[in-house]
Design a protein around this ligand. Structure first.
Ligand code: NQM
Length: 356
């Protein structure tokens, strides 16, 4: 794999994030060698990622690796990697629902899956957690179409919808929906709900930090003592959630919650974990929605319960609608609609190896 010949790469928007999408066969087999190469491709570590294709933001410093299915009940395997912007670190410990929206179109573009005329249903094996997601991609004339009328907050203009549905993703990362077995725990004197419905999240009341929960990401980003306090809580939450020492991890995510103000179910501000999200992660929003229906959780008394199975989660860019299908107290399916777009298809040239 000679770097000077370039490496085939699709640069895709998935939901409100962007990722470099590769075929596993175009990358080194060895994980350490692969991660070192990805750091050079994205331009990390560097706050601006100026010598790579990363955008200097965790939301545009993401990688998806696709390969033929390793399970009979899947059509494609998807491994998500978060490439840290300002640290020489790549992690497979967190999943990503936004980039998941780009996986179906990318798998079709690369010929890993044959398109049907009209819509194509793909079963995506999410290798980070071992779960299957079902994706419906618009494929008129057996070609991926990115054009359509679906709008998501945080992305200008309308595009083709990508529907994503999950079954049994409670405890996908931590092994249990409520990893401590309790709907609420105290950390540093603050009530928290430690939850995993696809993404490990610590739910907290914004009011307990003297905040309204309507602050802008920039305002929160500038509050250094708040950030240090939340990070100290996160380091305690990690072992409580069975995640071990999370100092070098991008999970759990930390959510400040408040009553809704835009006709949604609940308002959120997310630390992911060292930057404030400009919107919300898709699976993180599923975990918040799940928290809203659990009596005794931090979210439950703040939430306006919708009269349907659609939970509109408020965030700094607008609203993200989450479907929660329930049978009694159990959540049997969850889903959301995103859009995705091919931005560039070509060869990427990694920066030179850095001297230690
Ligand atoms: O929660 C950002 C994003 C995400 C994650 C992050 C995501 C999800 O917006 O499913 O999509 O929390 O690191 O891409």
């Amino acid at each position: 794999m000679a770097d000077d010949r370039g490496i085939p790469c699709l640069w895709m928007r998935g939901g409100t994030s962007k990722a470099a999408v590769f075929l596993a066969s175009d990358l080194p087999l060895d994980d350490t060698a692969r991660d070192r190469l990805l750091l050079r491709i994205m331009g990390s570590p560097d706050p601006r990622q100026i010598d790579g294709i990363g955008g200097g933001d965790p939301l545009s410093s993401k990688v998806a690796i696709l390969s033929p299915p390793s399970r009979e009940d899947a059509d494609v395997d998807y491994l998500f990697l978060q490439v840290f912007v300002d640290q020489p670190r790549v992690t497979a410990a967190q999943p990503c629902g936004n980039i998941l929206a780009a996986v179906g179109p990318a798998a079709l573009e690369r010929g890993l899956v044959a398109a049907q005329d009209g819509e194509t249903l793909l079963r995506i094996h999410m290798r980070n957690t071992g779960e299957i997601a079902q994706a419906v991609i618009q494929t008129p004339g057996k070609r991926v179409s990115y054009e359509g009328g679906a709008e998501i907050d945080g992305v200008p203009a309308a595009h083709a919808p990508v529907q994503l549905i999950f079954h049994n993703i409670a405890g996908a990362v931590c092994g249990a929906l409520l990893p401590t077995g309790r709907p609420s725990d105290m950390i540093d004197g603050i009530a928290c709900t430690l939850i995993d419905h696809g993404m490990p999240v610590v739910l907290m009341r914004a009011a307990d930090f003297g905040l309204s929960g309507q602050e802008s990401p920039e305002t929160l980003e500038a509050m250094n003592s708040l950030k240090a306090r939340i990070e100290a809580m996160r380091l305690q939450a990690g072992p409580m959630m069975g995640l071990g020492d999370v100092r070098a991890q991008s999970i759990p995510k930390m959510a400040l919650l408040a009553p809704p103000v835009c006709d949604g179910a609940i308002a959120t501000r997310f630390f992911i974990p060292h930057h404030v999200h400009k919107g919300i992660g898709a699976l993180a929003a599923v975990s918040v929605a799940a928290g809203c229906v659990i009596p005794g959780s931090v979210a439950h008394p703040l939430a306006e319960q919708p009269g349907s199975d659609r939970f509109r989660i408020e965030h700094p860019s607008g609203l993200t609608e989450i479907l929660l299908e329930r049978e009694g107290a159990d959540i049997c399916a969850a889903g959301f609609q995103r859009t995705a777009r091919k931005l560039m298809d070509g060869l990427v040239f990694p920066a030179p190896e850095r001297l230690a």
